[in-house]
Write a protein that binds this ligand. Structure first.
Ligand SMILES: O=C(O)COP(=O)(O)O
Length: 216
């Protein structure tokens, strides 16, 4: 059984979609494109800037300088990163319980570090977080295993004894590659077309408190 927990950020700890979609719509307005429908794009909030832009623009994204558009999106998002973002129900209580049990926990996200660093201080509930690995911390991002093993080293825990909680296929893949126990956060950004049965999660959980059942 596990004795440490690592979390994905967007779609797992935080519902960041309101601010991400607001940024997306500001960028779409700036390039003269129609606004995105929230429900159409929100489940792509775990897929980064390009995932959101691709969902909104489809193949027309290729008509733009994608790198420049991504940077524009990141800059706009950084300017208003936390006004609509909230902790998912049950996360605060879970983190308090982990802290009381002295269970080390941390974050492995694909968000670029400058955004993670800007966002996390808005949530004092994260004050006991022991490690934060962002998408550019290790030079490679999930599903590459390096962010996972780097986080495990920082909390001095063998990967086999770590739970990794995420809402995307790349999260399950990255965790499974390094023998963590992977739990799929069903409250996150899971699209109806996602084939979650193929993601090889060790468990699928509907509420954060279920994580406690997987701990020693
Ligand atoms: O911003 C992203 O690329 C997604 O971030 P996540 O890994 O926390 O879901």
């Amino acid at each position: 059984m596990a004795n440490a927990v690592l979390f994905d950020l967007d779609g797992t700890l935080l519902d960041t979609a309101p601010d991400l979609v607001a940024a997306l719509n500001k960028v779409l307005a700036a390039i003269g494109e129609p606004q995105a429908d929230y429900d159409h794009v929100c489940d792509f909030a775990s897929h980064g800037a390009i995932g959101l832009l691709r969902r909104a623009l489809g193949e027309r994204l290729d008509e733009f300088d994608i790198g420049q558009l991504r940077q524009q999106f990141l800059d706009v998002y950084a300017n208003d990163i936390a006004s609509g973002t909230t902790l998912y129900p049950g996360i605060e209580a879970l983190l308090i319980e982990l802290d009381q049990r002295k269970v080390p926990w941390g974050i492995v996200t694909n968000k670029p570090g400058f955004l993670t660093d800007a966002l996390l201080p808005h949530f004092p509930q994260f004050s006991q977080c022991q490690v934060v690995i962002s998408g550019d911390t290790c030079g490679v991002a999930k599903p590459h295993p390096l962010p996972m093993t780097t986080a495990a080293e920082k909390i001095a825990t063998a990967t086999e004894n770590i739970l990794y909680i995420g809402d995307a296929e790349r999260d399950m893949e990255a965790g499974n590659k390094v023998s963590m126990t992977t739990l799929l956060a069903m409250w996150g950004y899971i699209d109806s077309a996602d084939q979650i049965a193929d993601w090889q999660a060790d468990g699928m959980i509907e509420h954060p408190t279920e994580i406690l059942n997987w701990l020693k």
